[in-house]
Ligand binder design. Structure first.
Ligand code: AMP
Ligand code: MG
Length: 401
């Protein structure tokens, strides 16, 4: 049996970033990782522009109080000025419009009075050179890198990529994740329950965890507890996936067919059990072609936790992320805990905002089948093995989901 940290290290040793590919830039690439530097194609802004609606002036002309200037033209955004601003002159200007030659400052409209005869009075008592001017190239300069390989594409990155004229980018692809649920007792959500049956929670849950973890899920369905059926479905999954998840059937019961089937299909095991609660019977193996195979325990809470601790970090590495996670922080607990566990325990928990910062509240949970109890969780509270007596306010390790 492996410790959690050792099992994770083994998983990560076998996880390698996928081959980068060129992809069209849409919001679908959110969360993917750039595999090449991005260089600015032009200065941004490409021209010095006004940060306010107002008047482009020569600051020196406004030194005396209530200076009056002659307005020579109007420059809206999207148009180039045609006249340069000379001594005693101003151009009416709008936010985002190019600043005319000659002008070195913008006086905002609120600090002016429009006069008869095309003149304007400047009531700003202290017009400084360069005020409200956003100079050409301030944000980025042509030819310089604006984002480097390894950058996670967030909404701002998509805006920056558009700004530098990119419609495609070289990114690490999303890993394809095959998902199989196992068990004779399982039916899908649309079906009526017959005696002895339960509905398949793990299929939809792992599909969604895969999406949240940056993977591209392919749900392959339920494998009945029949050797040939299970083998055929797993073989299909191995052929089509970078990562294959099999939920249930991984333990030591008579109907737990998965370990033997995986062996027959040439999967070598690197982890067979992990010292954690829930989720001890967790399998990790690889094929010769490098498919990562996870056998997750059938109970949904166990499957969920196993995914977050081992599968999600692997997906991040395949997807080109530098830090695999899981992301951990320490937070005070909102209530005392007293329990004894033979293994390190991951309890569904909720982050709670407070005036002095965040804390973490363990959620009531009746055990590994209790997915409804886990549902509100946005964190897992980690309790070490042994007698745990934790007072309210104690800083505890928390895995962020
Ligand atoms: P197993 O790991 O196959 O022995 O399953 C352990 C427990 O989890 C059993 O009570 C199963 O009925 C239940 N279980 C297995 N797979 C699922 C699933 N996909 N959705 C909900 N419960 C499941
Ligand atoms: Mg089963």
């Amino acid at each position: 049996m492996r410790e959690v940290a050792d099992a994770l290290a083994i998983v990560l040793k076998h996880a390698k970033p996928l081959k980068p590919e060129v992809t069209t830039l849409t919001a679908d690439v959110l969360g993917q990782v750039l595999a090449a530097d991005v260089v600015a194609d032009a200065d941004s802004p490409p021209f010095s522009k006004s940060l306010r609606d107002g008047f482009a002036v020569r600051a020196a002309d406004c030194a005396s109080p209530n200076a009056e200037l002659r307005v020579i033209e109007e420059v809206p955004a999207g148009k180039m000025p045609t006249k340069s601003v000379g001594a005693g002159e101003a151009s009416r200007i709008f936010t985002g419009a190019p600043i005319p030659d000659g002008a070195d400052a913008i006086v905002m409209q609120e600090d002016t009075q429009t006069l008869e005869g095309g003149r304007v009075r400047i009531t700003d008592p202290d017009v400084k050179p360069r005020q409200y001017v956003y100079a050409r190239g301030t944000e980025m300069r042509a030819g310089e890198p604006v984002m480097t390989a390894g950058t996670v594409i967030n909404p701002a990155a998509l805006g920056v990529l558009a700004n530098v004229g990119q419609t495609v980018a070289t990114v690490f692809p999303r890993p394809r994740v095959g998902i199989i649920a196992t068990g004779d007792e399982l039916v899908e959500a649309g079906a009526e329950l017959s005696a002895g049956q339960i509905r398949n929670s793990n299929g939809p849950m792992l599909t969604a965890q895969t999406v949240r973890g940056g993977g591209f899920p392919q749900y392959l369905g339920i494998a009945k507890d029949d050797r040939a059926v299970t083998k055929a479905l797993i073989a299909k999954g191995l052929a089509e996936s970078h990562v294959l998840l099999i939920a249930g059937g991984v333990s030591v019961g008579d109907f737990d067919l998965v370990p033997n089937v995986l062996k027959e299909l040439g999967v070598s095991f690197h982890v067979q059990q992990v010292r954690m609660k829930p989720g001890k019977p967790l399998l990790f193996g690889t094929t010769e072609t490098g498919v990562l195979v996870f056998g997750l325990p059938g109970n949904p809470v166990s499957s969920f936790v196993g995914f977050e601790l081992f599968v999600r970090p692997a997906l991040r590495i395949l997807g080109g992320h530098e830090a695999p996670g899981p992301r951990k922080i320490r937070l005070p607990v909102t209530e005392g805990l007293a329990e004894s566990n033979d293994r390190p325990t991951y309890k569904p928990a909720q982050l709670v905002p407070g005036e002095t910062g965040w804390s973490v509240r363990p959620l009531p949970n009746s055990g590994a089948p209790d997915l409804a109890g886990l549902q509100p969780a946005d964190a897992l509270l980690v309790l070490p093995a042994g007698e745990a007596r934790v007072d309210r306010g104690t800083l505890m390790e928390v895995v962020l989901l």
